[in-house]
Every structure is written in structure tokens, then in C-alpha cells.
Design a protein around this ligand. Structure first.
Ligand code: ATP
Ligand code: MG
Length: 357
């Protein structure tokens, strides 16, 4: 790091924190946008109930976890509380037809996708200058739970956690490293990296590990398992805030600097797995090491270059879409960001602008 007087470095970090806060606030959704989205959800729920009377349509992803930016898409999940329900494939086709007839949305049913969904979009209007993009999936109970887990983490330390996560979401979109279809990482993946960093890398930790805290009362297996996965976590955030206080007082700016430093220098991409449930794991212990069997060589290597364990579906690598080139780009961006923050001492606001260029 360049020699820089301590006092001026401290001033930079303090001003970086303030600037990050102001920057993120500008990217939050407006009250109007949130209201329109809630109206859309209710309208769609009403329509779906004409096909499946016992259904509920719930938000998940950023609209529900506290990490939504202006104009982010809507992730909706349809739960059906009755025994005899339509198969997802049929439901997607029927719902597609219905929405086509009854609404102004552009509708694209994908009944044969790995996870059958209906994709909807709405062209820009006055209330929604960027339109709306929305995916409706079915029975995705694990996604609802991981959304609730992220929401609880956001509530423990709302300012530091939300500003960091939201800034990283803006940053990774601007730097074009937020596109699983093109070999980089989903927003969900970046959020997990931030939580992992705050729970397991920072010492003292900024966040407790909600999946490893002792439960307050006995819990039954059935209440805590979905599809064979343990989805239990400590979710009484009011109680937690009364009883637990982080000993870590780092500012937002300092945490961001350390986050970039950790993921550009210290994280072991070749052998490590980032797990918010269990800390840093070995690829080997999960059977995620680069596979040396020539027949499967290419495929397995591509799939496990970067490893982030899903909090509940622990056999699932959230970063499995990241390719060799994608990882190279992501690591390059972590290094670039780290460099900018260590050599841009004059004005924090310029550093942020340069970061997100
Ligand atoms: P954005 O605001 O960019 O849409 P988001 O928080 O909604 O961000 P997404 O990446 O759209 O994040 O993911 C939405 C939800 O979909 C997540 O909360 C998670 O439940 C599920 N999800 C997305 N990607 C994955 C993945 N690779 N593996 C497992 N679940 C995923
Ligand atoms: Mg989303």
C-alpha cells in the first residue's frame, strides 16, 4: 500500500462510509415502485386463484429480502395448499394462456425449463419508467426460506449489511460480472459472499451465524426440514438484537475495503468453498474438487471453479455457472476495486465513481 499519513487515511475511510451511504440511497426503489409491484402481485394472485383456488403468490428474492434496488425484477412463487394440484408443467401452460388473455403483460410460459416458470414483462410507463420484469415459479419453498434467512441477516445490522450488499449489487452490475448465463455470478451469489465475509472472515464478526445458534425451544424435525434439507435458523431477530451485540465497530468504508482485499488476495479459490452455514470448507470435503476423470474433466472443472455453498441445499454450488473466464473477470474486478480504494485517497466520491465506471 502507498505510504499515506494515518490521519488522512482515516479521513478517507470515514468519508467513504458517508459517500457509500448516499450513493446507495440514490439507488433504492421509490415508494411508488414498491406500491405498483405489490398491486401487480395481488392482481396476479387473484388471477391464479381462478385456476387453483387454494393458492398463494409470495414474493422472494430481492423484493422480499431487503436488498432491492430501483427497477429490480420481481421473483414470485406460487404455493398451493391443496393435495390434488396440477403438475407445474400444466399449470405454467394454463396460467400463460390466462395471463395472455386477461392482462397487458407480455407473457412467456416456459413449461419445460428445469424449473418451470412463467416470465412476464410490462413496458415502461409513468409509474414504472423501466417497466416490470417478473418470474412466477411454483412450490419453491427453499427459495422462500433462503430469502427469509437473508432478510434476517439484513435486520440484525440494517445499516452496515444493507449498504454493503446494495453497493456490491450496483457495482457488480456496472462492472458486468453479474450474469450467470454469461459465466459470472448471480446477485444471490454476491449476497452470500458478503454474509460469509461478515460472519466468518471478520474478526470479531459483524454478524452471528444464525444457522448455528442454539434454538430457544425444542424443534421438531418436520417443522425444520424441506425436501430433506434442514432449513432451521434463529429467526427471532427482536430477541437477538436484545441479547447480541457485535463487538465489531468497523465502518462501512472499512468493511468494503476489507471485503475487496479478502476476495482479491486471501480467499482460496482453488481449494476453498465459502459457506455461510459452516465457514470456509474444502472442495475436497464436498466432492467439489476439480474432477480428474478425463471423461468428466471439462464439465466438472467448469462447474466448480468458484464454490459457494447454498445455505440450505448444501449439495448445491450457487456459483456453479462461473466459468474459467468468468472467474478471471470477477477476480480481476476484486483486484481493481481493491487498488482503487488503496490509491485514491483524495476524494471518496471519486473513488466510488471510478469503482462503478
Ligand atoms: P436482483 O435484485 O438482482 O434480482 P435478487 O436478490 O433477487 O437480486 P436473484 O439472483 O435474482 O437475487 O435471486 C433471487 C432468488 O432466487 C434468491 O433469493 C434465491 O432464492 C434464488 N436463486 C437465485 N439464484 C440462485 C442460485 N444460483 N442458486 C439457488 N438459488 C438461487
Ligand atoms: Mg431477483
Amino acid at each position: 500500500e502507498p505510504a499515506q499519513p494515518r490521519a488522512s487515511r482515516q479521513r478517507f475511510v470515514a468519508s467513504l462510509s458517508v459517500c457509500l451511504f448516499n450513493f446507495v440511497v440514490q439507488h433504492l426503489p421509490t415508494g411508488e415502485e414498491l406500491a405498483v409491484k405489490e398491486d401487480v402481485r395481488k392482481l396476479l394472485e387473484r388471477l391464479i386463484r381462478t385456476i387453483e383456488p387454494d393458492s398463494r403468490l409470495l414474493s422472494f428474492g430481492s423484493t422480499a429480502n431487503g436488498f432491492s434496488l430501483r427497477n429490480s425484477d420481481m421473483d414470485l412463487c406460487c404455493l398451493i395448499d391443496s393435495e390434488e394440484r396440477l403438475a407445474p408443467t400444466d399449470l405454467v401452460t394454463m396460467l400463460g394462456d390466462l395471463l395472455e388473455r386477461e392482462t397487458k403483460f407480455q407473457v412467456k410460459p416456459l413449461p419445460h425449463a428445469r424449473i418451470p416458470i412463467v416470465k412476464l414483462s410490462l413496458d415502461p410507463s409513468l409509474a414504472l419508467p423501466h417497466g416490470i420484469a417478473c418470474d412466477i415459479g411454483f412450490e419453491n419453498r427453499l427459495a422462500l426460506e433462503n430469502t427469509r434467512l437473508l432478510f434476517c441477516y439484513a435486520m440484525i445490522d440494517p445499516t452496515r449489511v444493507r449498504i454493503l450488499v446494495l453497493f456490491l449489487k450496483v457495482w457488480c452490475k456496472r462492472r458486468k460480472i453479474n450474469s450467470p448465463y454469461e459465466g459470472t455470478l448471480s446477485s444471490y451469489g454476491y449476497v452470500l459472499l458478503v454474509i460469509y465475509f461478515l460472519v466468518h472472515v471478520k474478526n470479531p464478526p459483524v454478524l452471528p451465524n444464525l444457522q448455528q445458534m442454539p434454538p430457544m425451544r425444542p424443534i421438531s424435525h418436520d417443522d425444520t426440514h424441506i425436501g430433506g434439507y434442514n432449513t432451521w435458523f434463529f429467526d427471532d431477530i427482536e430477541l437477538l438484537r436484545q441479547r447480541w451485540q457485535s463487538a465489531n465497530t468497523d465502518s462501512i468504508g472499512q468493511l468494503l475495503i476489507d471485503f475487496f482485499k479478502y476476495f482479491s488476495r486471501d480467499f482460496s479459490y482453488n481449494t476453498g468453498v465459502a459457506s455461510i452455514r459452516a465457514g470456509l470448507l474444502k472442495k475436497e470435503s464436498k466432492g467439489w474438487q476439480n474432477d480428474l476423470d478425463p471423461a468428466r474433466y471439462k464439465d466438472a472443472r467448469e462447474r466448480n471453479r468458484f464454490c459457494i455453498e447454498d445455505p440450505f441445499e448444501t449439495g448445491f454450488n450457487v456459483a456453479r455457472c462461473v466459468t474459467r473466464e468468468g472467474l478471471y473477470a470477477i477476480r480481476g474486478e476484486f483486484m481493481r476495486a481493491s487498488r482503487i480504494l488503496s490509491t485514491r485517497p483524495e476524494r471518496a466520491i471519486y473513488a466510488i465513481a471510478q469503482l462503478c465506471e
